[in-house]
Design a protein around this ligand. Sequence first.
Ligand SMILES: *Cc1c(COP(=O)(O)O)cnc(C)c1O
Length: 458
Amino acid sequence: MALKTIIEPFKIKMVEPITMSTEAERKKFLKDAHLNTFLLDSDQVIIDMLTDSGTSAMSASQWAGIIDGDESYAGSRSWKRMEKVVKELTGMEYVLPTHQGRAAERIIYTHLGGKGKTFISNTHFDTTRANIEFSGADAIDIPIEEGKNPKQYHPFKGNMDIKQLEENILRLGAENVGAVILTITNNSGGGQPVSMENARQVGEVCKKHGVLYLQDMCRIAENAYFVHHREKAYADVDYKSIAQEMMSFADGAVMSAKKDALVNMGGFLSLRDEKIANECKNLLIITEGFTTYGGLSGRDMEAIAIGLDEVFDADYLHYRIRSTEYLGNKLHEMGIPLMLPIGGHAVYIDAKEMYPHIPVDQYPGQTLVSELYHVGGVRSVEIGSVMFGRYDDKGKLIPSPMELVRLAIPRRVYTQSHIEYVIEVFGEVQKRIKDTKGVKITYEPAFLRHFTAHFESL
Ligand SMILES: *Cc1c(COP(=O)(O)O)cnc(C)c1O
């Protein structure tokens, strides 16, 4: 007998109160924040689905590890512990600790990048692309065709197009390719997984042409869950072994520990090549810190070591992926249009389809974000024309290809009843669709406008 109710595979030992609010209060909070949920105070939010980054709840073991952290400048015990866990997972000899993922990216892409170089990825995450382009290099994305279609089912929509990979290497010349980067899972592509077969094939093409192969391993454990359940040959292989095998194909890896290491801050860069590692260590020392702590406290490294082990727990991963899927499937059953299948860390709503009467220059995504907050205090984020829209010479909006809203699920933070609450909020928002009006921008900065722009309801 298999029971169907999803329960959290943990008990709660310490609680953080949520400040509840009324609809009238939220209306005022939202107005004061100019309808931009980035400008809300966290105490004004009931369920925070802005991001899964750095928002994980740590376990009792991790908190115990915090006390046990060794803050020695050089050769800290906590560093040794983190280094051992990372080496065992990646199989790579050199580990450089950094304060978060983008610091590892800045170091490796400063070293490999520069004018004339091109990087090729299934999809570059925004900080990855920014670091590559800042070095003067170019970044191109080649997800498989199915990965671009929000409605089409494919078990591994995060895969890279192998044919295009080889064509691009031949076109550019292998010596001009900075590196090939496989983002696992593919965050910008909807948290979609990458298959073992694809990760292996990318490695074969890179080896054949002598191109460096990096993996962005932020969500390597969540990806392992999908490989185990969707790739036949791996049905009997445990999650950690799957992750280890996947990483065995790569020459290096970057990780934001704020995702699958279940901590609030941290990251690292792993490499096999001694020469590249030494060059990167020089860059590490200039801005992050000495090689045995990077930008981290001893206690942070202790928590990462423990988190990277806990994340592969089969009960944890089952709860994690199933509860994300549960939210997505319930919304789908209610008729809320969304990206399918549901990825690992988030549910993406198609706001353009949900609000067919709101044109893209009235930002249907931002409208849904406001609605979710107003009705239930749920904070989400627009991934559409507010974030990616540009203007042409005449000031007309060039919209983003999709108008999505992301509900990212923090790890181990919310319970099943919180998820039920979010579903109920959607039910109320859905009832108001016809009467919901779009928004207009009343203020916007020149760069990254989604963080600070102001809006008004039409
Ligand atoms: C979060 C993230 C990063 C950047 O990490 P930070 O810790 O936020 O600097 C890089 N790649 C992917 C896929 C991510 O999700």
